[in-house]
Write a protein that binds this ligand. Structure first.
Ligand code: ATP
Length: 705
């Protein structure tokens, strides 16, 4: 038989199995729907029963409907390629591997979930250690149709006469395929070194380092899916949080977990970690460095002890016909005393009232002793404490404080200078206060960590009351899933991607959400854009907790870039990385990156020409990457471009990838950031197939002295 006929015959065999799986899936779905309907009937029937029976029938209804809904949710997930692998073990046992475990009516396995122990050999078996696997087959489907198959023989000596072997490498085929708008899962082609990380124990901290394109993000997301499958009881209820560098990035990875049937994971960018805010703007590097530094803790905790800008500077109250007066100095003394207890100001309002009353009593005693009178202190305190004018004063003198308000106060340079004395330099104070003074500016990504810090330092504002009742959030969302309270801090597992870029203040913010969590932390020190790695490492250790067990893995193969593109990228960071830090790119395309010398006024034309060439050359996406400041201008150049083309700023390009990239003015990427070459390295490693660099100088190519 010819090779293509053998392949067609093998595809037909797999198609027959896939068909059986879909028939069974339809049966299971029908059963789950019937169970849900029965549950609802039980609910209606309960109305006619006595109270006790009613309660037990309603409970049974809830359980039936809950289970049926869960099963339907799993069965209805959008599985692209439900079955994707097959293992032929020695002794002719066959295991199909897929995104979901499915059994037939006799309870035989039709498909084994990729996360189950029985599927581990699909990823872990090698020719050196075949684990009893003779042939490993990757099955590529579109919808319910088998398109292609690809085999690996692990035990050539054990291949029976009737076993056919086809294809030439599923991994290379997957890597060469064009990219779409969102990241795809890699369940069918997870490599052994990656699988080891995905299946690492869940407790403690799992740290994954590796160069660009080594699959760190993919591995971290597959690990989240794996952990939820294996440890659903321990992890599922409290929830899993994935933190990524930007909204563009979280959007890019948003389809990966749902494609594996996991819809219960929260994805947030660093600008979205604090509930209710969504910051996307970045500060210039020197400003971001100040805002991210641990020194800001001291500045913020001093700032909130300062007198609020609108607070009255004098108190006058009439008691028994006499005016009691506290001047600014005396009021400040009372304020300092209350803060001296070290409690958050929003939780110190009663203490503030008491201290103020004591000060008024002192004042009354002072006046009285001058006249030889004696006053009843307890009576004064009780009487004034109940007076409306006293409370009116208190709410303006010790108001409820909100994080945004306190951070805005620091736009006043003199106020900031008081809070930052001996902590920030005069230059830093001027820079920071200028940035916070502009009230019309939206918050930046770095501000979010400061606001979160203030939230904790200030303490929660008192709960709003309506008609005598404290307002509480409903426990469930309309879709029935459990609603998490605001500022939830009990996630059971937190995944941090691009961890090398978190500032110390951002580590504190994320750490607060994971007080009881285990962690998966992914990063590449060579791509770091944070100037003080030691300070960040300290904050990061604190976020994990002092006793967390840590295990480290390094990934060493670059699956994204062609070897030709990665060779250029490695040159620009040669002075910043040890050879060991740079991964090995496995795919060659024969297409070298193009470097074009372009005068600044010809950039627009050159960028449009280069983008057009690349759009013609690749099927998938083309990214145009430039310095952050240039984004609006470059967006104008491409305002009519097709959807496949995206303009993205250097910092937002973290974690993303495109079939082809046009990089505009690389030297600008170096100068815009404190760790410029590393940012340029990120930008140069975003393309899978082709790269064109447009530069008006070649400083970016010359190694630093
Ligand atoms: N085993 C694999 N099979 C198929 N594709 C893979 C595999 N591992 C990684 N890839 C692909 O390689 C590309 C890079 O992966 P990913 O984005 O996870 O890398 P990364 O290490 O996070 O990169 P960076 O640090 O540069 O953002 C993605 O397209 C991913 O799907």
């Amino acid at each position: 038989m010819s090779e293509s006929r053998i392949k067609r015959a093998e595809i037909a065999i797999e198609q027959a199995h896939v068909d059986r799986v879909y028939v069974r899936l339809a049966e299971l779905r029908a059963q789950a729907e019937a169970m849900r309907a029965r549950g609802y009937e039980l609910g209606h029937g309960a109305q006619r029963e006595a109270v006790f029976e009613q309660a037990s029938m309603l409970y049974e209804r809830d359980m039936m409907v809950f289970h049926a809904n869960q099963t339907l949710q799993t069965l209805d997930a959008e599985y692209e390629g439900l079955v994707f692998g097959r293992l032929d073990h020695i002794g002719s046992e066959t295991v199909y591997v897929g995104r979901l475990g499915i059994r037939d009516a006799e309870f035989n396995n039709l498909v084994t979930d990729w996360r189950a122990p029985a599927a581990a050999a699909f990823y872990q078996a090698t020719a050196e250690e075949p684990m009893g696997v003779v042939r490993r087959r990757v099955i590529r489907c579109s919808g319910q149709s088998v398109l292609d198959i690809d085999d690996d023989v692990l035990m050539p000596e054990a291949v029976p006469d009737d076993m056919n072997v086809v294809g030439e490498g599923a991994l290379m085929a997957a890597l060469g395929r064009s990219r779409g708008d969102t990241m795809r899962d890699i369940v069918a082609t997870i490599q052994k070194e990656q699988d080891e990380v995905i299946r690492a124990p869940w407790r403690g901290v799992t740290e994954i380092t590796g160069g660009p394109g080594t699959g760190k993000t993919a591995v971290a997301l597959h690990r989240a899916a794996y952990l939820l499958y294996r440890y659903r009881r321990q992890l599922g209820g409290a929830g899993v949080l994935v933190v990524g560098p930007s909204g563009v990035f979280t959007n890019y990875i948003s389809r990966v977990l749902p494609s594996m049937g996991e819809t219960n994971v929260e994805l947030r960018s660093l600008g979205q970690v604090l509930d209710g805010l969504d910051a996307t703007r970045h500060d210039p590097a020197p400003l971001a460095a100040i805002k991210g530094s641990l020194r800001m803790r001291k500045v913020l905790s001093r700032a909130l002890r300062d007198t609020p800008p609108d607070a009255p500077t004098e108190m006058k109250i009439v008691y028994k016909g006499e005016v009691l007066r506290l001047n600014a100095k005396e009021l400040d003394k009372v304020r300092r005393k209350v803060h001296g207890h070290g409690h958050p100001p929003n939780r110190s309002r009663v203490r503030a009232a008491e201290a103020l009353l004591e000060a008024l009593a002192d004042k009354a005693e002072e006046y009285a002793s001058a006249d030889g009178r004696v006053i009843d202190r307890a009576e004064l305190i009780t009487e004034l404490g109940e007076r409306l004018d006293f409370h009116r004063f208190l709410v303006t003198w010790w108001p409820v404080l909100y994080p945004a308000q306190v951070l805005r106060w620091l736009g006043d340079e003199r106020r900031l200078a008081r809070a930052a004395k001996n902590v920030l330099t005069a230059e830093e104070i001027a820079l920071l206060s200028r940035s916070l003074a502009d009230r019309d500016r939206e918050w930046t990504v770095a501000d979010i960590a400061l606001l979160d810090e203030l939230r904790v330092l200030l303490g929660p504002p008192p709960k709003r009351r309506r008609r005598g009742r404290v307002e509480t959030e409903p426990e469930h969302s309309p879709d029935g899933s459990r609603r998490r309270p605001e500022h939830y801090d009990e996630y059971s597992h937190i995944v941090v991607d691009e961890a090398q870029d978190l500032s110390p203040m951002q580590w504190r913010m994320v750490g607060r959400r994971g007080k009881y969590a285990s962690w998966t932390v992914v990063g590449d020190p060579v791509q770091s854009s944070w100037p003080d790695p030691e300070e960040a490492a300290k904050a990061r250790d604190q976020a994990f907790g002092p006793h967390a067990k840590r295990r480290r893995y390094a990934l060493r193969t670059n699956y994204r870039n062609s070897a030709e593109i990665f060779e250029l990228a490695s040159r620009v960071v040669a002075d910043h990385a040890r050879p060991d830090d740079l991964p090995r790119a496995v795919r060659t395309t024969g297409v070298r990156p193009q470097i074009r010398r372009v005068e600044p006024d010809a950039l627009e034309n050159a960028a449009q020409t280069a983008a057009k060439e690349l759009l013609d050359a690749v099927e998938g996406t083309v990214g145009v990457i430039c310095a952050m400041d240039r984004v609006p201008e470059v967006e104008r150049w491409f305002s009519d471009a097709e959807d496949r083309l995206k303009v993205v700023g250097s910092l937002d390009s973290k974690g993303l990838e495109y079939d082809a990239v046009v990089l505009v003015e690389p030297t600008e990427l170096i100068t815009e950031s404190l760790t410029g070459r590393r940012v340029l390295y990120v930008a140069l490693t975003r393309a899978t197939q082709q790269l064109t660099v447009l530069a008006s100088d070649d400083a970016w190519l010359t190694p630093e002295k």
